[in-house]
Design a protein around this ligand. Sequence first.
Ligand code: HEC
Ligand code: HEC
Length: 417
Amino acid sequence: MRFRRAVEMMLAGGAPAAVIVITGLVMAGAPLRAQKPGSSASDKPERFDGRSVFRYDTFGDEQLWTGTLQMQQPISGVSPATALGVGLKVDVDALPAGTVAALRSGAVDLNDPAVTRALLQLNAVVGVSGSVNGSGELTSVGVTCAFCHSTVDDSLTHGIGHRLDGWANRDLNVGAIIALSPVLDDATRSTLNTWGPGRYDPRLHAFDGTNILPLNATTAPVLIPSIFGLKGVGFETYTGDGPISYWNSYVGVTQMGGHGSFSDPRIGLSVTQTPDLVTPKLPALVDYELSLRTPRPPKGSVNHEAADRGEALFQGAARCSTCHQAPYLTDVRSGPTPDVPFLHDAAEVGMDPTYALRTATGKYRTTPLRALWQHPGYFHDGSAPDLPAVVDHYDRLFSLGLSEPQKSDLVEYLKTL
Ligand code: HEC
Ligand code: HEC
């Protein structure tokens, strides 16, 4: 509690005094941060809380973000305004009441990097874990699954609110953030800066615990997907490479840089690190992911009569349901055996094969359609179309001959999914 008051004072503008208070507490050995369940080698390693793992566990990926990328250096000097500007989010529930009040009244200096460090210390920056030493210096940083797959509801102000786990962070500019690393060359930096908000390329590099290995010479960033509504779908990622835990292992080890093991001969990648801080947590993590429900469209945002007509088209003249089959609006489970996904060649759906060819399957999964009212749909053809453009794409591709009123009815139905 004393620590919280100190940070509160700091956030309210009393920075120098607060730094001294924090220093004093560190000297006295007081815990600087709430214990993060699941992030340390606990007494009972077989039991983890999936939500805590998802939100707070870095799996030891400080070895990449701190050890290799040296991200603590640039982040030390980043103001909260800049951090919010690259899409980072602040969890209002991690802030002491006084800080919330200070933020509301504008008493917090959002241009002061010391405030960013204080927020990290409070574990309030969604998906970023930081440690600050007694002198107020940021000594290490790491990221969690929530970095890319959580946002906030903006209840306090833009970028500051209650956590929305599983909602893709469409503002997060991962490339611009990593490009701040002092160890990267200019060519890599400019590549990273081409990604833009809400996108990430998980097939450009892999981290093996020591080195960042190049996987491909050019980048093909994809939209960070929301990860709610996946219960029953069976095969995850755009290309159906495996079940959820396959991706979690791939991303946790090779992309986040967690201290663990991942191996897939299909893509010629094998990383072994002991102790493995990733694999034992995968069962709890998947349970939490599968518990995340698809959010409904806001009240009043859908014309239900038009949507009903659109549903009939989806299942009839527009032929969408031949691939987007109920109940999960995908045909990925119609493979020959339960462990083989049913996938589509890029050309069959008018997509660019580049990204798919870099994955284990080489093909695209029929996307299980969810929360299309939130994001208009994403195609691997280099575009991020809105829903009318999605419908036009299929109308052209399959020569459906839909009329304009039919197209808008179909769009209205898609908004309900
Ligand atoms: C740096 C950003 C980033 C981080 C961190 C990250 N992911 Fe992802 N995630 C992505 C991207 C991009 C994709 C799409 C990749 C693809 O489909 O090929 C994805 C795909 C997924 C999917 C599949 C969604 C679907 O529609 O099938 C799940 C589930 C998921 N991530 C969960 C997680 C979990 C759990 C973690 C932590 C272990 C995590 N991700 C860490 C960016 C990230
Ligand atoms: C031949 C199979 C097939 C048919 C028919 C089909 N789709 Fe798709 N759909 C796919 C595949 C495969 C993807 C994933 C493409 C990718 O990842 O690039 C997809 C992706 C989508 C997406 C993007 C979803 C997201 O969350 O980003 C939307 C929206 C969509 N389809 C709507 C429709 C509509 C509407 C129709 C009918 C007009 C339709 N689809 C017909 C196979 C199909």
